[in-house]
Design a protein around this ligand. Sequence first.
Ligand code: ADP
Ligand code: MG
Length: 392
Amino acid sequence: MTTATDAAPHRRRVPAEDFRAVYATAPDGVWAAPGRVNLIGEHTDYNDGFVLPVALPHTTRAAVRRRDDGVLRLHSAQGDGAVTELRVDALTPGAVPGWARYPAGVVWALRDAGHPVGGADVHIDSEVPTGAGLSSSAALECALATAYDDLYALGLAPAALAVLAQRAENAFVGVPCGVMDQMAATCCAEGRALFLDTRDLTQRQVPLDVAAAGLRLLVLDTRVKHDLADGAYAGRRAGCERAAALLGVPALRDIAPAGLDAALRRLPDGELRSLVRHVVTEDARVQQVIALLDAGDLRGIGPVLTAGHASLRDDFRVSCPETDLAVRTAVAAGALGARMTGGGFGGSVLALVTEGDTERVGRAVSEAFAAAGHRAPRAFTAVPSAGARRLG
Ligand code: ADP
Ligand code: MG
C-alpha cells in the first residue's frame, strides 16, 4: 500500500509557474485550502448538530490574478485543459456547466451577498482526491474564497467565508450540503480537530496528537462512488427535515438522547425513525468522543467510531459493500475502530490504528478488496493540518 504520509504534498507542483504557462503572466498570489476527514459526526451538519473534522495535508491551491474588467477565467490542472471564461455580472445559478461552477459559485455568492468583487484569472491544482468523501469541492471553493477575500480586501472571517462557500455549493452548484466541509477547510488548525456546533458555528480547537499517543489515523479511499449518492443524500436530508417538522422541533439536534424513545414513538414510519435514531445517537457520539479526547483517552474513541459506522450502515443506510468491507476488515486486523467518513455510498473509511499495526491493517484491507474483486483502495495516514491560508 502507499502510505502517503508526505506532510506537505502541496509542494509537489508550483501553481504559480503553471499559472504563467496558462495565462502568460504572473499571479498575484497562491492560496490553499485543505481536504478533510471527519472523525465523527456524520450527516449531523444539516440537522444543526455537532461535527469533529480534521484537515488533511492534501490541499487545493488557487493561483489567482485579480482582473478589473469583470472577466472570470478558470483553469484546473485536474480539468480537461480548457479555460472557462465567464462574466461575473452574468453568473446565474445552474447556468455554468462542469467543475467551473464551484469557483464561479463562490464569486456569485460573494457578489450576491453584496461584496464588491470583480473578475480574476484562476489556475487550480490539487491532490485532494475528488469524490472520495474527503471534500475536494469545499477545498476548491474555500481556496478561491480565501483568495478573493485577500485580493478584494474584504476582511471576512474564515467562518464567514465558509458560509459563503456553502451557499455557492447549495444555491449555485445545486448540492444541498451542510456547512461542515467548508468550515473544516477554512477553520481547522494544525494538530487539532475542529469541534463545531453547526447551529451557531461556535467552535473549539481540540488537540489531537495521534502520533504522541502511538496511534495513526489511517484513511482508506475505496475509490468507489455509487450513482445513487446525490439523490440519496438529498433524500436523507429531506427525511430529517420532515421528521423534525413532525416532532415540532427546529432541527433533529433538538431531540435529546433521553427523549429519543418518546420521539421515535411519535413518528409514523420505520424509515423516519431510523433517520432520527442515527442523528440523535451520532450527536451523542460526538460529545462522547470530545469527552474522551479531553480526558486524554485517544484509544477510547475507537469503539465509538465503529458504533458510528454501524449506525450509518443500519439506521441511516448510507454505507455500501466496499465501505462495510473496509471497516470490518480493518477492525478484524486490529484497528481500534473504523467508520466510513463523508456522505457515503463509497468514498473513504477512517481507521484508528496503533502505529505498529498501520501497514498490516492497510494490507489486510487491500487483500480483502482484491479477494472481493473490488478496485485496489488507496491508503494514507492523515496528519491534522491547517485550514485555508495564503501560500505566497
Ligand atoms: P468531494 O467533495 O467529496 O470530493 P464532490 O462531488 O462534492 O466530492 O465534489 C467533487 C467535484 O468538485 C468534482 O467532480 C469537480 O467538479 C470539483 N472539483 C474538486 N476539485 C477539483 C479540482 N482540483 N479541479 C477541478 N474540479 C474540482
Ligand atoms: Mg463535496
